[in-house]
Ligand binder design. Structure first.
Ligand code: V47
Length: 438
């Protein structure tokens, strides 16, 4: 595969070059923040190759020729869920065929396996199971800490954490953050290392009402991540797109996340530029007062390993393409290849203060994830092993790839594979024994 030349000196010579992209290219070259209007142009231009090329430029400026993978395992502890989100094929109701809830013995066995194969991370999520007590979650983390002391526990989406505050009876409608803070403190004490990025979907009232009405909305999702950041936990975020959402709504989702990251980086002492920045097209109630902090310039410092002691920011954005099979939105086609490529590129270009963009190979497929490394992504996630949320192309829950396949895919795309841990420290290993560079 040849590398798209990231030169901005001469505008793209490909047929169909769109002059509307050139002012955007200048901004990208200078590391300036792109507006939602720019995002619209990037999404609608027929010159998709130029969009990919620009995203590649930013990605190489931030990460050179490095592409990350990790050795991880996913653990879905229960698929019983009080919600019935229309895009979801994972959830079951209690008593329904296929429902499961893992007991502590099962969880411990998964932990032991992760520890013994030298995995650096367990990614743990489940449905909002109304029958499990709060102690189930703290016991699960403590048990895992015991049997898998070296494995980072990245667990529970914002949606689960609000549910946990409710079942622990600490959730207050007029002050949701205080209950979530208590929950996160308990979980952190029990061994929680960071939060995955699920449950964000698309931050938009219309989409919320149509596709996941009873789930927490943007405000609460963002509040949970804010509290996590205040407690020094790093978090990830996602964007589930290609169902009832419009591109316009995705761009607003990106803008909201970008401002939330400005706020997190500002708290950590990063120096920003424009303190009077107003996020256009975002309701007043969602405006955040924080300087604009971009990381996509030459010489900008990334929140890096040395920052991991001083965590509290978003590490990664993972755009997730919608898979209709088995969901209540099965009649929709879901996004196809070029839309997925373009969305990764637009995400890289808009989210100028996110260190990493992940092409989650499980949902993108490994061949597409390779292409995405040339279109803005710098991470393809890991070995995964068991994954129950989506089964792309009729896959079973067993969705495993080997380190050799991940490295080959990265190398074939022209990049240098680097194993990382959950907080993006480089990993060196001798078989199953590993060490993260500090
Ligand atoms: O929250 C549910 C999404 C998410 C479908 O943080 C669907 O590193 C597509 O969040 N089609 C779970 N997507 C996955 C997730 C994730 C994955 C990898 C890495 C990280 C990270 C996070 O999957 C859910 C929901 O948004 N989802 N159903 C579907 N039919």
């Amino acid at each position: 595969m040849t590398t798209l030349a990231p030169s901005l000196e001469s505008p793209s010579r490909l047929p169909g070059a769109d002059p509307a992209l050139e002012p955007i290219a200048r901004k990208v070259e200078q590391g300036q923040r792109l507006s939602i209007d720019d995002g619209r142009t990037l999404y609608h231009t027929p010159d998709i190759w130029r969009v990919l090329e620009l995203a590649d430029l930013v990605r190489r400026r931030m990460h050179g020729d490095v592409a990350y993978y990790n050795i991880n395992r996913h653990l879905n502890y229960s698929n019983v869920c009080a919600l019935s989100c229309k895009f979801c094929e994972f959830y079951r109701k209690a008593g329904q065929e296929g429902e499961y809830t893992r007991d502590l013995d099962y969880v411990k066995e998964e932990g032991r396996k992760a520890q013994s194969i030298g995995a650096t991370e367990l990614h743990i999520v489940g449905g909002l199971n109304p029958y499990l007590p709060f102690e189930y979650y703290t016991d699960m983390l403590r048990a895992l800490r015991e049997v898998a002391p070296d494995v980072h526990l990245k667990a529970f989406t914002a949606v689960e954490l609000v549910h946990l505050a409710r079942i622990a009876k600490v959730y207050k409608r007029n002050d949701p953050k205080s209950g979530v803070r208590w929950v996160l403190q308990q979980l952190k004490e029990a061994g929680l290392g960071s939060l995955p990025g699920g449950g964000a979907e698309v931050f938009d009232e219309r989409v919320h009402k149509e596709a996941f009405k009873t789930k927490i909305g943007a405000h609460e999702w963002l509040d949970v991540h804010l509290v996590a950041h205040e407690l020094g936990l790093n978090t990830n975020c996602t964007m589930l797109y290609g169902h009832v959402d419009q591109r316009e709504e995705r761009l607003r989702h990106m803008e909201i996340l970008r401002r939330s990251q400005d706020q997190a980086l500002d708290r950590l002492g990063y120096v920003g530029e424009d303190s009077a920045y107003i996020a256009r097209d975002i309701p007043e109630s969602q405006q955040i007062t924080a300087p604009v902090i971009t990381l996509n310039k030459d010489g900008a410092t990334l929140p890096s390993p040395s920052m991991s002691d001083k965590g509290g920011y978003y590490q990664t954005i993972t755009p997730l393409p919608f898979f209709p099979d088995g969901s209540a939105l099965e009649h929709l086609p879901g996004p196809a290849g070029l839309e997925n490529l373009r969305t990764i590129a637009v995400t890289r270009l808009m989210l100028d203060n996110f260190p990493h963009v992940k092409a989650f190979w499980i949902m993108q497929t490994l061949p597409m994830a390779q292409l995405m490394l040339e279109a803005g992504a710098d991470d393809i996630d890991g070995t995964v092993v068991w994954y129950d949320i989506t089964k792309v192309g009729g896959a079973s829950t067993h969705q495993e790839t080997t380190v050799t396949d991940l490295k080959n895919a990265i190398q074939e795309a022209g990049f240098t594979p680097v194993e990382r841990d959950t907080v993006y420290r480089r990993v060196t290993r001798d078989g199953n024994t590993w060490r993260a560079e500090s």
